[in-house]
Design a protein around this ligand. Structure first.
Ligand code: FAD
Length: 467
């Protein structure tokens, strides 16, 4: 067989220019054309032992779908992906592919990997343009009933997997929109909400019942759900933001990223007063943190009209946990990075509004438990940065409501629900958990991967009765 010609670089992704996009909320990358997609898929080396699949927590048949795309069989490709992934238009956009499938691509040793995420996104978008999705044939109902608490990626994955094997599934969601962080956290310019809606609707079209505005822990307890359902899955995420515990955090103009992004995205504060949620529109917005959430906040600030949007992060660029693409987009848009800097106090004006962030400079010390080099404050290095708005984006943990109302549910450090990671069983019979509620803030695909493990274990429990 003739040796395949290697094309070293990915097909470039067409995208909105940075100076235009900071004035709108439209998605940044436009996506591939069919011709670009086929050309990119043809870069696959068709390895005998494909590493890409090992890097995928939901086990997508990546070589199989790439081959179908390379032949122009987009319908075949999307059907193959959907056998294991109910949210391909989402994961194609937000997965940290560089650490997963693409990070394991054989091309990586010398060249750029195949753009697997871009191709996943392409076939999902292609399918949406063709009309309503194909609904798979479902087996007869088993008569078993499962309650899924939370409609984020973990909950939706569990629901999709269980409905496909004939169990009845009801999702209970606290908010008025389904999708979890995908709708209230990740901004429109990175993940259009119509896409999340479409993917959730796909799962509902298979027969999953969705009950919104229903807070488990107040409207009904887990024990009450267990009277009506044979099993319960907790996919309630990690929506409780952390604070720094420094003076001035209760000043006006100081937000947790969770509140800032929820106001801007879910409650559409950027359309105030057309939508009645206000948000402080600062000229100088400081975002504390270096993850995806921080990048989303800093980029949202620019779109809300900030003249300066500055990231304040205590380590260096190499230790930043955000996806490279997000850091790159933030920089292109003019976000400034103030690195090796730790906030120590927020100072306000006489009306109680944040006006200055006091910080110390750091140098990097030895690696800490996370494996990243520890920031060490430089003595007498205090300085101040002027600000109107401060957004704290330093992490989050699960909301304690369900553990508080479910006495026999064991929780661990930072309030995460304790699970057996091979089955996602909790300490309470009939109750499973997965996603951020079990790991703390992580990623969409890890939440989905845990959802798949839980669905298999729930099926086992429902069919054998063995806990
Ligand atoms: P969630 O998505 O948090 O969903 C939990 C759902 O449960 C929510 O809808 C919540 O309202 C509901 N709920 C909570 N309590 C109750 C209750 N008592 N009763 C009923 N419903 C309840 N990951 C990536 O892979 N790539 C990214 O680029 C990325 N960017 C991110 C940007 C932001 C701003 C944030 C906040 C996170 C980001 N993440 C990213 C992380 C990712 O979104 C999460 O890891 C993922 O959404 C976790 O999924 P989940 O289903 O466990 O929880």
């Amino acid at each position: 067989m003739a040796k395949k010609q290697i094309i070293p670089k990915k097909m470039p992704m067409p995208e909105q220019p940075a100076d235009e996009r900071i004035h709108n909320y439209n998605e940044v990358p436009y996506g591939y054309t069919p011709e670009q997609a086929m050309a990119e898929a043809q870069r696959c080396l068709e390895c005998a032992k494909p590493g890409c699949m090992q890097g995928c927590p939901v086990g997508i048949n990546i070589p199989g779908f790439l081959q179908l795309v390379s032949l122009g069989d987009f319908r075949g490709a999307i059907n193959l992906i959907k056998e294991t992934n109910a949210l391909p238009a989402v994961t194609g956009r937000v997965c940290p592919q560089e650490d997963q499938c693409e990070g394991k691509c054989a091309l990586c040793k010398k060249y750029e990997p195949v753009g697997i995420g871009r191709l996943e996104r392409f076939v999902a978008d292609w399918e949406a343009q063709q009309g309503p999705p194909t609904i798979p044939e479902l087996p007869p109902p088993t008569g078993k009933r499962v309650a899924v608490v939370g409609s984020g990626p973990a909950g939706v994955t569990v629901a999709a997997d269980l409905i496909r094997i004939g169990h009845h599934v009801t999702i209970f969601e606290a908010l008025h929109e389904a999708g979890g962080v995908l709708v209230y956290g990740i901004p429109e310019f990175r993940l259009p909400k119509a896409i999340v809606k479409r993917e959730v609707e796909y799962v509902c079209s298979m027969g999953v019942k969705l009950v919104k505005d229903f807070v488990v822990g107040t409207a009904a307890t887990v024990d009450e759900l267990l009277e009506e359902f044979d099993a319960v899955f907790l996919g309630t995420g990690a929506g409780l933001p952390w604070f720094l515990g420094i003076p001035g955090e209760n000043l006006n103009g100081v937000y947790s990223a969770n509140e800032y992004l929820t106001r801007a995205n879910l409650m559409k504060a950027y359309k105030f007063p057309e939508y009645d949620t206000p948000i402080a529109l600062g000229q100088r917005v400081l975002t504390i943190g270096g993850g995806n959430v921080a990048m989303d906040s800093a980029r949202t600030a620019l779109r809300l009209g900030a003249k300066e949007s500055i990231i304040v992060y205590r380590r260096s660029r190499d230790e930043m946990p955000a996806r490279k693409e997000e850091v790159h987009h933030a920089e292109q848009e003019g976000v400034v990075f103030n690195l090796l800097t730790t906030p120590v106090a927020i100072h306000g004006d006489k009306n109680g509004w944040a006006k200055e962030l006091e910080c110390t400079r750091n140098e990097l010390g030895e690696p800490d438990a996370s494996g990243r080099r520890r920031p060490v404050p430089i003595p007498n290095s205090n300085f101040r940065i002027a600000c109107d708005v401060v957004v704290l984006s330093i992490g989050q943990s699960p909301n304690p409501l369900i553990p508080k109302t479910t006495p026999d549910l064991a929780v661990g450090k930072y309030g995460v629900v304790k699970v057996d990671d091979k089955t996602m069983k909790t300490s309470k019979r009939g109750v499973f958990a997965g996603g951020d509620v079990a790991t703390g803030g992580a990623t969409v695909i890890l939440a989905m991967g845990q959802g798949k493990i839980a669905a298999a274990a729930i099926h086992q429990y429902l069919t054998t009765g063995v806990w």
